[in-house]
Ligand binder design. Structure first.
Ligand SMILES: Cc1cc2nc3c(=O)[nH]c(=O)nc-3n(C[C@H](O)[C@H](O)[C@H](O)COP(=O)(O)OP(=O)(O)OC[C@H]3O[C@@H](n4cnc5c(N)ncnc54)[C@H](O)[C@@H]3O)c2cc1C
Length: 372
């Protein structure tokens, strides 16, 4: 194992010495924080330290929904969360997406303004859809975002759903291209990366902060903790891991599914990816078992998802499941992210829940503003 102390003059000077801001975690939040920090202070040395050979959190494993709220999820939220927080969270998601597109142009991440559909068995009150439209127009300036579009069910050949509510302002992206574009942007502006370095502890007692990794100690003037679901391993923050499982089918000829779809208050989601179907969710079937940071899939949930896929989403289609994986959400008692200054020069932006693609870039910017 090559410890930092054995690095060359060049390596030390470039990567490990005189670090101004150390960002822990190379997900969407960590990389957008690094980008904002470098733009505000072009002469500072910004280093992102990441435990995986790839970013190993949710940012490379998500479904790629650029979304801010489906009717059944909003209904569920309004029944459990103070209304003010529901609209604040929706507003953050919408603003976060605009911030993301300012950093990475839509075409670079294959953004498709395909719309989304929330599928239900029972109808939603027309008055409720009207109310959602009023609230969303107040926040986004866009009118008539939601509409009843139940003809979509027959057109897509779904079984077991009777109603579909369209959100015309949501879309999808290519998650792989997003993380690559953020990384490329970081490199272009001079942000450095240390991949494969796991931070095991942080010391913030003096003006020089230090972190320990398996290769030794790194000193920095400032630290941004962007480890989302894994934050508790380093600091006592109210965020917990929740596993989210996904599968992708083989290519399906004449696939009639276009766009992105949710059902059951957002607990299930699927979309077309290159004439395959990506399907994920079902955490509500096994909350306790899925409260883990393990990235292994389980037979129980994979079988459950596959059965729904074959029965309700792709009935009468012949396909295999070619990809299966699990990622880790950072969740807590509230859907709001934690964005805070822990001490001067030490900030944390974690607990992105199931919408970090939408809010991540906004949180990255907020974190950078909290730094000196
Ligand atoms: C299956 C799945 C589907 C999802 N679908 C969507 C979606 O469609 N739309 C949406 O908006 N959101 C979605 N999300 C949520 C979204 O992906 C996350 O909220 C977002 O990616 C969080 O970004 P982040 O940068 O905060 O955290 P992460 O991407 O989790 O990044 C944290 C990084 O910190 C690193 N790290 C952790 N501990 C250490 C350590 N000690 N030392 C060094 N590095 C460390 C990790 O390896 C990781 O790379 C989904 C998530 C999952 C899992």
């Amino acid at each position: 194992m090559l410890n930092y102390e054995h690095l060359s003059f060049w390596e030390k000077r470039t990567y490990t010495e005189e670090i101004d801001t150390l960002v822990i975690g190379a997900g969407i939040v960590g990389m957008t924080c690094a980008i904002h920090e470098k733009k505000r202070h072009p002469h500072r040395k910004i280093v992102v330290v990441e435990r995986g050979y790839l970013p190993t959190g949710a940012s490379t494993k998500n479904a790629g929904f650029a979304c801010f709220g489906s009717p059944s999820e909003l209904l569920d939220d309004l029944q459990h969360i103070p209304e003010k927080h529901v609209w604040e969270t929706l507003s953050m998601r919408y603003e976060g997406l605009q911030k993301l597109f300012e950093i990475v142009p839509k075409h670079a991440i294959s953004y498709s303004a395909c719309g989304s559909w929330d599928l239900t068995k029972n109808p939603m009150e027309a008055d409720f859809i009207h109310y959602l439209n009023q609230q969303v127009e107040r926040i986004t300036g866009i009118s008539e975002v939601y509409s009843d579009d139940s003809v979509k069910i027959q057109a897509s050949q779904f079984e077991g759903f009777n109603f579909a509510y369209k959100n015309r302002s949501e879309g999808s992206i290519d998650t792989g291209r997003l993380i690559e574009a953020l990384h490329r942007k970081c490199i272009e502006i001079g942000v450095h990366f240390l991949f494969g370095s796991e931070v095991t502890s942080i010391s913030i007692d003096s003006s020089i902060k230090s972190v320990n990794t398996q290769y030794g100690c790194l000193n920095s003037h400032q630290i941004a903790l962007c480890t989302n679901a894994f934050a508790q391993q380093l600091m006592p923050l109210d965020v917990h891991p929740a596993r989210a499982q996904v599968m992708v089918t083989s290519p399906i000829p004449n696939l009639s599914i276009e766009g992105t779809f949710h059902f059951d208050a957002g607990y299930y989601y699927f979309r077309n990816v290159d004439n395959r179907v990506l399907f994920g969710g079902g955490r509500n079937q096994a909350f306790q078992e899925e409260s883990t940071d393990s990235m292994e899939t389980t037979k129980r949930l994979q079988n459950h998802l596959e059965s729904l896929l074959r029965t309700n989403i792709l009935p009468n289609k012949v396909f295999d499941i070619e990809y299966r994986w699990a990622g880790t959400l950072g969740i807590g008692p509230s859907k709001e992210p934690i964005v805070l200054q822990i001490s001067p020069g030490v900030v944390a932006g974690v607990r992105m829940g199931g919408m970090g693609l939408a809010i991540g870039a906004l949180i990255g910017e907020k974190l950078s503003k909290l730094l000196k």
